[in-house]
Unconditional design. Structure first.
Length: 154
């Protein structure tokens, strides 16, 4: 079964493509302005605990691209999704729609978070604690929201 794309998922895909293109464009246009040594790893406190040359800034957008491609391919095959509920003929369309929205949202949020980390690292700044908390809240909050929606409609 093919999942029906909605305006919501199409807009999120457009936003994801824009974010990906923007992150690579940002690196390309600002490359000469970046410091030669940038943070390559942040500890839990948000302070850099490992440093690398600026070529390490390419890792995060490349990870975002791999995540985008992997999730986009996975979205096309709902029969492989772990739905958490029994899928029947009567609920198939609703279950797949809710899960497709959840997967698209998680893909979008993942790209936003990775791109933000890339920009922060390029500025050689610490990551504020609120950023970590907000990222976790958005990711897990959206999952909880869609799972509640999924189980309520059983």
């Amino acid at each position: 079964m093919k999942v029906k794309r909605t305006v919501y998922t199409i807009l999120l895909d457009v936003a994801c493509c824009t974010i990906l293109a923007g992150s690579f464009l940002y690196l390309l246009l600002q490359w000469e302005h970046f410091p030669e040594i940038v943070p390559s790893h942040y500890g839990f406190s948000g302070t850099p605990d490992r440093w690398s040359d600026k070529s390490s800034l390419l890792v995060t957008p490349l990870m975002a691209l791999i995540i985008f491609c992997g999730i986009t391919v996975t979205e096309r095959f709902p029969q492989i999704w772990n739905t958490g509920v029994k899928v029947t003929e009567e609920n198939r369309e609703r279950v797949y729609s809710v899960l497709h929205h959840m997967i698209s949202t998680i893909k979008f949020l993942s790209l936003v978070i990775l791109t933000s980390i890339s920009v922060i690292a390029s500025l050689a700044k610490p990551i504020p604690l609120w950023f970590l908390l907000l990222s976790l809240l958005l990711l897990f909050g959206s999952m909880v929201f869609f799972l509640i929606k999924l189980f309520k409609g059983k």
